[in-house]
Design a protein around this ligand. Structure first.
Ligand code: PEP
Ligand code: MG
Length: 328
């Protein structure tokens, strides 16, 4: 079994019909780099930067952030490391005396969270962007902006990156001038306007955890409605297929970094939608990779087109089960 896992680690995630799939890791803190490398991750598809607030009172300094991001970028040794800007508010709490706003919410999931909060606190956003840019000199970093919904948020985020770059140039501090900037698709409005995001950004990453929450109006953390949180709801499948298909048409990379990407029961469905980048907890990489190696992307595209026309979740579930039991 150990020998088999070792073999699987070095094997590339390629389908039976030779389609190459990118296998990326989600990291919640820098210490998880080794876990990602151990399972043969080709990069980090999502570094959640909220770890930096754990067990501390005030705001982390630029220096402190730089050190943490550099550790991951160096550790991944030239593989891409997608660093997501702070996704605070909602389920990730922030309690800083320096933070003037973003503390009291009536409905935190719909409030001043994530990029909304970063744009409302430009000094804090600037320090984080400078820290990421400085770390980019030590390998391959990418910037990922969470929770985007409006065009002006994309524009303001891009302008903030330009401003951080200009300040570093002014101080003659080196960074990767060609750093890529991507956006998360986790609000239905963003999914439905994917073409705008694809024109303005270098890559997209679909956050299915939030996309499902906002599309079905189900609080991710509320047990009383947890049974309604259904990734196979036809509305979810259509949004995913739309974003993935639009990205493929535009030639812009799209990956999924929500929990769905790490669920082997979803792998064939996602491959059939055209997904070519999967980012997940390192521990899930071997089983999803194995699934990919047993699948035919071309045949799946055909079957999944039929599934996407179904309206009843019970029928969708039946068809997805069938996909998973067929030999290819
Ligand atoms: C998501 O929403 O799917 C996601 C990856 O972000 P998080 O789980 O950190 O909100
Ligand atoms: Mg999210």
């Amino acid at each position: 079994e150990r020998a088999r896992l070792k073999l699987l680690k070095s094997a590339r995630a390629t389908t039976l019909d030779k389609v190459k799939i990118e296998m990326l890791a989600n990291l919640d803190e820098p210490g998880e780099v080794n876990a990602a490398l151990d399972v043969g991750a080709e990069g980090v598809g999502l570094l959640r930067t909220e770890f930096i607030f754990l067990g501390r009172g005030g705001m982390p300094s630029e220096e402190e952030q730089f050190e943490a991001y550099r550790k991951v970028v160096k550790g991944m040794d030239g593989r891409p490391v997608t660093i997501r800007t702070f996704d605070l508010g909602n389920d990730k709490h922030l309690d800083s005396p320096q933070m003037t706003i973003g503390r009291k919410h009536i409905n935190p999931a719909l409030g001043l969270r994530s990029i909304r909060l970063s744009l409302a606190e430009p000094k804090f956003f600037h320090a984080q962007l400078r820290a990421i840019l400085r770390a980019s000199k030590y390998g391959k970093a990418r910037i990922l902006i969470p929770m985007l919904s409006h065009e002006h948020q994309i524009n303001q985020s891009l302008a903030a990156v330009e401003q951080a770059k200009a300040s570093l140039r002014g101080e003659r501090i080196a960074f990767d001038e060609t750093i890529e900037i991507g956006g998360m698709i986790e609000v239905p409005a963003a999914a439905l306007t994917a073409s705008l995001f694809l024109r303005k950004l270098n890559f997209l990453s679909i956050g299915t955890n939030d996309l499902i929450q906002y599309t079905l109006a189900i609080d991710r953390s509320d047990e009383q409605v947890a049974h309604l949180y259904d990734p196979l709801h036809p509305a979810i499948l259509r949004l995913l297929a739309y974003v993935i298909g639009s990205g493929n048409k535009a030639g812009v990379p799209v990956s999924i970094c929500g929990e769905l990407a790490g669920d082997p029961h979803m792998t064939r469905l996602l491959l059939g939608m055209g997904l070519r980048g999967f980012s997940m907890f390192p521990a899930h990489i071997p089983s999803v990779k194995q699934r990919i190696k047993q699948s035919d992307a071309g045949a799946l595209a055909h079957s999944v087109r039929r599934i996407l026309r179904l309206d009843e979740t019970s029928k969708i579930r039946e068809q997805v089960d069938r996909l998973n039991t067929e030999s290819v």
